[in-house]
Design a protein around this ligand. Structure first.
Ligand SMILES: *Cc1c(COP(=O)(O)O)cnc(C)c1O
Length: 228
């Protein structure tokens, strides 16, 4: 059985290799360790191996883990769907939110961000696969949403995030990530972040400009429960 440290080493090699293949600096790609369904002990092990950024999808689960890990200087990223009644706790307990797709949620996060903390880093989640059921704003909604979010004082708009329909075909994977990159370029806001790529498609995401890859399974192993 491979340990988290072994898995992290293998991921660093995958990221390096993918970066070299498209002549990017590997240091421009950061790994977000997605620990949903995994215990605090696994996050502690990941920290010991070098992980500093942790992504969580479910608020209660995240807060419980944070409580157990207060001794570690981790950055916490919220990456799951956001209900209005959860915004205060998210604004108080996270450094980044990757999954903002509505202005109302952004306004609440901005108002509720404690004044003594730096602005909350925000990625807008965009639906690049055109599936009705998925979270994320549409490409048509994005320019107005981005302009409005960029003006909110408690937030710092950093970039875009997407979770494309899973595909095993490299060209299909890259087409979805290219769409997100192009949408970011078209905004013309000088945003520096593209949160895209997971365990199965990080190479395609890096080829299209990912700056955060969000990795769960390839780091912590298969999840025992919860969404795939
Ligand atoms: C679970 C999850 C991931 C990690 O997925 P893996 O395929 O396990 O690497 C990344 N991003 C989001 C938004 C997730 O919910």
């Amino acid at each position: 059985m491979s340990t988290i440290a072994d898995n992290l080493g293998a991921l660093a090699a995958r990221i390096d290799h993918a970066a070299q293949a498209c002549a990017r600096d590997p240091a421009s790609i950061q790994l977000l360790a997605v620990s949903k369904t995994k215990p605090a002990a696994a996050v502690r092990e990941a920290y010991a191996a070098g992980v500093r950024d942790v992504g969580e999808n479910y608020l209660q689960e995240a807060l419980a883990k944070q409580e157990e890990l207060t001794d570690l200087p981790l950055s916490w990223h919220f990456i799951g769907p956001i209900q209005s009644n959860k915004t205060r706790a998210i604004a108080e307990h996270f450094d980044w939110v990757h999954s903002v797709d509505r202005l109302k949620i952004a306004q609440r996060l901005s108002e509720q961000r404690p004044a003594q903390l730096p602005p909350l880093n925000i990625c807008l989640q965009v639906n690049v696969s055109g599936e009705d059921s998925k979270s994320g704003c549409s490409a048509a909604e994005l320019p107005a949403l981005a302009a409005a979010v960029a003006a909110l004082p408690g937030l710092r708009l950093r970039g875009l995030m997407a979770i494309p329909e899973p595909s095993d075909d490299r060209a299909t994977q890259e087409a979805a990530f290219a769409r997100l990159r192009e949408l970011q370029e078209q905004l013309g806001l000088g945003l520096d972040t593209l949160s895209m790529g997971m365990s199965h498609d990080l190479e395609a995401a890096i080829a299209q400009g990912a700056t955060w890859v969000r990795i769960g399974t390839a780091l912590f192993g298969a999840r025992d429960y919860g969404p795939a």
